[in-house]
Design a protein around this ligand. Sequence first.
Ligand code: 26M
Length: 805
Amino acid sequence: PVASALEGDLVTSADLRDSILRHLTYDLGKEPEMAEIHDWRIALSLALRERIVDHWFASMRTARHSGAKRVYYLSMEFLIGRLLEDSMVNLGLEEAADRALTDLGLNLQDILADEPDAALGNGGLGRLAACFMESLATVGCPAFGYGIRYEHGLFKQRFVQGRQVEEPEDWLQQRPAWEFERSDIAFKLCFGGEVSEDGGKAVWHPEEAVVAKAYDTPIISWQGRWANTLRLWSARPLHGFDLERFNRGEFAAAAEPEALARTISRVLYPDDTTEQGKELRLKQEFFFTAASLRDILRRFEAEHDNLRLLPQKAAIQLNDTHPAIAGPEMVRLLHDERGMELDEAIVTARACLSYTNHTLMPEALERWPEHLMHRLLPRHMQLIERIDAAHAVKQPTRQVSALEHGEVKMGELAFMMAHKVNGVSALHTELMKSTVFAELHRLHPDRIVNQTNGVTPRRWVLSANRRLSALITDTIGEGWVDDLEQLEQLEPYFGDAGFLDRYAAAKRENKADLSNWLATEMDLKVDPTALFDVQIKRIHEYKRQHMNLLETIALWKEIAANPDAGWTPRVKIFAGKAAPGYVFAKEIVHLINEVAAVINADPVTAPYLKVAFLPNYNVTLAERLIPAADLSEQISTAGKEASGTGNMKFALNGALTVGTLDGANVEIRERVGEENFFLFGMTADEVIARREVPGHAAQAIEADARLAGALADIGEGRFSPDDPGRYHGVTGNLSHHDYFLVCSDFTAYWEAQRRIDAAFADQNAWMRMAAINTARSGWFSSDRAIRGYMADIWNAEALEVPGPG
Ligand code: 26M
């Protein structure tokens, strides 16, 4: 509070206005009369960045002088979204910026809306990394995030006649406002070639090399108390231009090495489902992991001279197995390049490294063909064999290995090279112990720990939901923003005249905003008092958007047959991207759009049911939808969703959950109370058993006429009259195979939805339940999660920048 009060006093809006004008003029080279909205936006960003830099340097200095351990978060993805509002809010400069811009004849909201999302991630895993970066700063943990500066982030999604069409994303088109290019921080990285022996020492003779060049984005804490660095690597050629070829007149060919090297950081792989074993992907993984380790060792060696101290000074977190090559690479750096004994190098590396698992789905577990690993990283392949063999010595029965069927299993490798391995919810962690890592867990019973995910309240409550935030702060003060469990203090006010009315008013106004937006942007008219039922996430069979859709169709038919039965009006909102190669997911997208078109055109059901699939789901759209939601759809097949984080954002913003006992849903329900959560469906154990029942899908369809009717409508082409057989793949899969048990859970889901209809009809009772969800979800802050990692995995301490005076 001290720093921000000070900022507020000293940095007047006039100062800010002057620095905006200065940046516009002298950095962007624009006259105010000629400036366009993005020029102003960048000028404002630079004016804020300038103020962040002082905090940033102070934090870096403090970290250096304290000798404290640093945390390194290695992640293939950082799904950041926009940064302008976040920075402004965390610096406490919002009012000043608003006034400064008004003085300049501009509107702050227009400028915020101009910022492109930094979409350097696919979904949950990447967004978690972004929340963690903000929380690492807010709790004052000295940390670096390391990743790839993709030229193109996650593809943009459009619909053409209801089908998903991908378009390239181009966030670097405009001048990046937040990063600093570090031409001086660059490492040469090698691939390929062979390994020779020289007096018992392995020598790698690589065949290819690229340069990793750093770009730094400062990440500022709440109230500007601390700042860390997000360092993203960009690939460059070692030798830019082939002058000889150029002189021979081969002008295009002369630029080839340049283009080839840059390919490594060109594009984010848009698949969060299947692991396809693409060579370029492995290159990306090694590229950013090796560059990061080089940087970590360089920093360590500048401050210390005894490599044995490394585990006391550096905690390296692997966000999934994507950076799992860190194990062998670190052994190589310590042993081959610095002469540490091999066994000690392995122990030292393991003492630094820890690994977070984000999925148990077999098709998503990374495996690389040994021959590919050998061709690209021959020395690493040798070391992987050594690590695996060293592990085998301790368990002569040899039940578990990182090498199988000519492949390297990255999960096993990461486990063997980590001192701690964590799951992301209590249920997921227990399933890790009993399934995928059962053998390794038996051998290392203290290695697996749980760290349930969390989300940053600064972005997901304070900024995204101004009305709710104002109510909370008016009621209990501002302390909740970085101590989210203070939200519990709201509950005693529920009896007071006015509190729940104001809570309901905030939700009503958020819904009115969204209704207006749907009308202008989607040309869709909805009843703003209807129940807003929202499912937003990547499209996956296990997330079961199609179960939601089947319920939507069944509901529509029932309303049509009996329109005067007192239905609770609903708006079904879907959003999410399908991986470009995931055919089934793309069919679901198409089907949702075709069903929406038919239902929305039905005048009989129109007062009670509308369906919208919003294109191009991203962080910014989530920020718009979540505060306006009444119902949060968290309906994955139990045992499949490692945690979920959207579920937490919804609960905090007062949406009730309809959900299975999966991932963090379990813990949300425990905290908000079972009477404030709409549970349905099979448990993870029941799922396993149900799959063994022959004909389980047919049985479930036979037993539920609504389900049978909805499937029949799809199968007969009611939503695709131009091609009645279009969805035979979908209906066939559901009727005969149904691995994710959509049919077997359908009836329970339908019944839960009807309980929800009834509950929503009593608005007072509903709003009370919504407010309880807000008040009891404070534990799901990513600040709590980060403190958990610091205590249980990193053994890291928080620091404070010395205050003025
Ligand atoms: C792998 C290979 C090639 C290309 C892409 C991938 C890949 C990328 C992302 C695979 C998986 C990816 O993400 C998985 C993910 O997002 N998992 C989610 O992690 C969240 C944070 O822990 C959890 O809340 C979700 O339950 C979990 O699905």
